[in-house]
Design a protein around this ligand. Structure first.
Ligand code: E4P
Length: 218
């Protein structure tokens, strides 16, 4: 399973990259705003900064919601760097735009997926990735992981190549369960990656190894 980090924070992206397990980055307009990145030029520059840190796919979201606007913005985003993946919302014009970019060989990530029907449409339209938001489904008392399992089954039935990018991951158990189900990618905050390191028995074991070494090597 690929690990993407879901942030526009350069320090956190660097930290995940330096850990040596990062495969890509996802951003969205809210994450850019959180970092105080505003204005088209600054936003485009920030995408390039991210691409210069991580050796992998970087999702950059279009703001337009009409077909022509999404094509124009998406082409400009794709021209920024070879690692850019054009992120497109699951709406009618978005599906048309996915097909357009797929035919042109430009990578896409269909975002805001909340149902198996939407996942089926994204795959039919040739999306490279599609992002079911599991945390936001959990927030409304619907098990987001059930959706990942349902999509895995459907995609496997028909050998769809669209990758399941489990998004809106909130914690380490989401990551582990997504890996069990067979999501192709997960994207989450830095804590959902670094949290996988933690086990009290590892800490206790290391403490004992070091203490025993110290006793024998005074
Ligand atoms: C996906 O690409 C989105 O950026 C993201 O995972 C949304 O997560 P949130 O629900 O934590 O905002």
């Amino acid at each position: 399973m690929k690990f993407f980090i879901d942030t526009a924070n350069l320090a956190q992206i660097k930290e995940a990259q330096e850990l040596g397990v990062l495969d890509g980055v996802t951003t969205n307009p809210s994450l850019m705003a959180k970092e105080g990145i505003t204005g088209t030029n600054n936003i485009l520059k920030h995408y390039v900064d991210i691409c210069n840190i991580v050796d992998g796919d970087v999702s950059a979201e279009v703001i337009a919601t009409d077909y022509a606007g999404m094509i124009k913005e998406g082409e400009a985003l794709a021209d920024l760097h070879e690692n850019i993946v054009v992120k497109i919302p699951m709406i009618k014009d978005g599906v048309k735009a996915l097909r357009y970019f797929s035919n042109k060989g430009i990578k896409t990530n269909c975002t805001l997926i909340f149902s198996a029907g939407q996942a089926l449409l994204a795959a039919k339209a040739g999306a490279t990735y599609m992002s079911p938001f599991i945390g936001r489904l959990d927030d409304v008392s619907t098990d987001g992981l059930d959706l990942i399992a349902q999509i895995r089954l459907i995609y496997d039935n028909y050998f769809f190549e669209t990758q399941i990018l489990a998004a809106s991951v909130r914690h380490t158990m989401h990551v582990i369960k997504c890996a069990e189900i067979g999501a192709d990618v997960m994207t989450g905050p830095l804590s959902s990656i670094t949290g996988l390191l933690n086990h009290p028995l590892t800490d206790l074991g290391l403490e004992k190894f070091l203490a025993d070494y110290a006793k024998g090597n005074k």
